[in-house]
Design a protein around this ligand. Sequence first.
Ligand SMILES: Cc1cc2nc3c(=O)[nH]c(=O)nc-3n(C[C@H](O)[C@H](O)[C@H](O)COP(=O)(O)OP(=O)(O)OC[C@H]3O[C@@H](n4cnc5c(N)ncnc54)[C@H](O)[C@@H]3O)c2cc1C
Length: 309
Amino acid sequence: MEKVVIIGSGPAGWTAALYTARAQLAPLVLMGQQPGGLLTTTSIVENFPGFPDGVDGYELMTRMQKQAERFGAKASFGVVDAVDFSQRPLKLVVDGEPVTAQTVIIATGAGHKHLGVPGEHELENKGTTYCATCDGALPMFRNQPLVVVGGGDSACEEALYLTRFGAEIFLIHRRDSLRASKIMAERTLAHPKIKPVWDSVVTEVLDPSAGRVTGVKLRNLKSGAETLLPCAGVFIAIGHVPNTKIFQGQIAMDENGFIERQTGAATNVPGVFVAGDCSDHVYRQAVTAAGMGCAAAIDAERFLAANQA
Ligand SMILES: Cc1cc2nc3c(=O)[nH]c(=O)nc-3n(C[C@H](O)[C@H](O)[C@H](O)COP(=O)(O)OP(=O)(O)OC[C@H]3O[C@@H](n4cnc5c(N)ncnc54)[C@H](O)[C@@H]3O)c2cc1C
């Protein structure tokens, strides 16, 4: 039986592994379908402390893995298919095989909702992005017209953040008013750089043949009119989906599937802790995920010490 099983190998998972490994708990890290997590899909990370010149996302995650392995963390390519947290020891099914554990740290992250329109995928990291805090300051967006898609709090936050860099920010929303909280909506619409485009959807991101974003095609849902809006960046903020399906019915979650924390990193199931974007719909950053991984590891270590046979 494992003392600690960590599900996920993003910043939350590897930080939890580093701390539990240094506590001599020899954690088993199940890396899942995306070893290294979401950061491996980006080139330069400029806001992770300790890298004044930025760092390649894949390299950062490889370094985190090496650091945890140096202290005895065990990496496995396993994908967790199912869990049974109803009794102790905790049970997991990993690629069809049973694994038992005294503690589990869930760090399975969250995915972005995609528009699913032509050009979106091809231009990812070439002007299409899902995170203004991560990418907004990049030179390609400076003093350029930018597009934000969405109408909730996240979209408003992204648009407001981008006013520091972009020339003007077009906020594309399928309805004629924002879904965001009143105060956020008012602040957003009052900003002189932000221009709402109501009742409209993006139907295509241009131009894959140019190798960068040059504009978006829009359709007005009321009139059916199609227009072309030139821009250098498309920031898609239409929501996140936590990777928590396998825990449904096993652990307390909010209505969107984000795992709820009780005290610190503890969930409602004794011995099960959570860290990173699968439990955080607010910050969603590598450094906050890493911080939560640290907290989950310390909580798991204390749980084991308090429950020693
Ligand atoms: C393109 C892009 C650029 C970004 N740039 C930045 C940036 O510059 N700075 C920044 O701070 N943040 C950035 N982010 C956000 C950052 O990547 C996330 O906040 C961070 O990765 C969250 O870490 P995490 O450990 O919670 O989850 P993730 O990194 O998403 O890792 C989740 C892990 O869980 C595993 N997993 C999922 N399901 C299972 C399962 N059933 N069994 C086993 N394993 C499973 C996956 O394989 C993966 O390893 C960016 C995100 C994207 C998409």
